[in-house]
Design a protein around this ligand. Sequence first.
Ligand code: NCD
Length: 337
Amino acid sequence: MMTFQGSHILSVSQFDREAISKILSVSAQMAPYAMRQKRCHVLEGAILNNLFFEPSTRTRVSFGAAFNLLGGFVRETVGEENSSLSKGESLFDTARVISGYSDVIAMRHPKMHSVSEFAQGSNVPVINGGDGANEHPTQALLDLFTIQSEMTPHNKTLDGINITLMGDLKHGRTVHSLSKLLSLYNDVNITMIAPNELQMPDNVISTLENAGHKVTLTDKIEGNLACDVIYQTRIQQERFASPDEADLYRGHFSLNKEIYRQYCKDHTVIMHPLPRDSRPEANELDTDLNDLDNLAIFRQAQNGVLVRMALFALTLGVEDKLTQYEKPITWHSNKNI
Ligand code: NCD
C-alpha cells in the first residue's frame, strides 16, 4: 500500500483500492471527535497553512476545522491579491517559504496542475483543495465515503453502484476526480447527463471504459434518473469565457421534487458538492427537495470534516495514536436554536 506519511495528496490517481479503504476506515474513526463526543489533541502544536487562491467555503473551513479537531493550529491566506504571488513570486518559492512555517499545507488555485507545481517546492505534505478544472481529490474521497454510508442501509456497495452525474461535467473538477475513483470499483454503471458542449472529458470516460464499466452519455434527464445516486453539479461559471456563455446552460438540468418523484427510485440519494447556485435563474437543485430524507447534500458536506481529519492523521503519521490522545468534552453547544 502507498505510504501516506509525508506524502502529498495531489490526484486521485495516486490511490488504489487498498489506500482508499484505509482512508475511509480512518475517516469513520473520526466520527466521535467530529461529533464532539470526545476531543483528540494528537496534532497539538502542529501547523496547517491553508492557502486558498480561489473562492471556497466548505473546503477551506472544513480543512481548518478538521485540523483544529485534532488539536492543531491553522493559519490562512485567502486570495491571490493578499499573497506575494501577486508580486510575481513563483509557486515554487512560495512553497519553499511557507513549508518552513508549516507541518502540512492545503491549497486551492485556479490553474490546472498548479498545486503539483507548488508541491515541488514544498518540504511538507501538500493537499490539493482543487486546481482549476483539473482535480479535487479530497472532495472525491468524501463523496465516496458518502456514497458508501448512504448505500449501506440499502445493502448496496460501491461495487455495482448505479450513479448519474449531471450538470457541467466538462469543468467540474469534483466529477473528474470522483469518476476516476469509481473506476477502481467493479461493475459501475455511470450515466453522464450534460449538454454536449459540457460533457465529461474523453480521458475520464476512457478511464472508466477501460476499466470495463458501462458509461452512458446523454443530454436528457428523462429515463436516466432511476439510479442509486444522482450527483448534481453547478455550472462552473468562473471557467467560461464570459458569464453570458455560462448563462446559456443555466437551469437545463434542474432537479426538483416533481422530477424526483417522476423519474427516481424510492432509495435514490441526491448528492451535490455544493455550493448549489440558489439564484432563481439557476435552479439546479430546487429548495423544495430540502425536506426529502434522500437529499444527502448536507451530510455529504459534514463528511468532509471526517475525511480531511483522516488525511491529516495519515499524512502526519498519527492514525494509530488517536485514542492515546483523547480528552473529554467540557462544553455543550446545544442546538436548541
Ligand atoms: C466544488 C469545487 O470547488 O470544485 N466545491 C467544493 O469544493 N465543495 C464545486 C463547485 O464549486 O461547484
